[in-house]
Design a protein around this ligand. Sequence first.
Ligand code: HEC
Ligand code: HEC
Length: 144
Amino acid sequence: MKTLFITLLMAFSSMLFAEESIDSLRGSHDLESMSQDATVKKMAKDGDPIERNYVQQPPLIPHSIKGYRVNLNANKCMSCHSWKNYKAAGATKISQTHFEDRDGNALAEVSSRRYFCQQCHVPQANAKPLVGNNFKPLSAISDK
Ligand code: HEC
Ligand code: HEC
């Protein structure tokens, strides 16, 4: 009975919203139509590490990551950033905080919470910001 009620409710609400258009950062479009494609931006050239804006910020990626795969079989990022390989690659070694589970227990491998690096670390492109931002770090823990 409960499932039937929920199904009916869902059917009704989808009928209600069917005509509406959605406003997103990519522009507005009808719910029924495909959204606009994201423009593919050219990634910035490889450079030096980018200064962080606050203490716990995941550092931005200062190099192209075109073609770098992170999936069940392999993690391309780790071929340079792992503790085994970072020296030879001249890369920053992956943070020790990435070897902890959510209860703070130490792990022997990168935590599954940290496996998909690009959830937090992003490459850079010369693009206009989508939204304004006047963030300032706490002065007590910043040298800015
Ligand atoms: C071919 C080797 C290589 C691969 C593969 C690679 N990196 Fe890097 N990465 C580097 C090097 C070299 C640096 C710059 C180190 C320097 O100049 O101090 C760097 C810098 C970074 C930094 C900045 C660190 C800091 O302290 O500011 C981040 C974040 C990063 N990479 C993330 C990634 C992610 C995520 C991937 C996978 C999508 C990846 N890298 C794949 C070599 C690599
Ligand atoms: C859930 C978010 C998240 C994910 C996923 C993640 N990181 Fe990070 N990373 C951070 C944060 C936050 C920091 C800065 C604070 C710290 O060290 O924990 C950081 C720091 C780093 C640093 C700089 C370490 C240093 O000594 O300054 C490197 C290199 C790095 N991460 C690489 C990676 C790689 C490679 C992956 C994928 C295997 C990855 N990270 C996945 C959030 C993340």
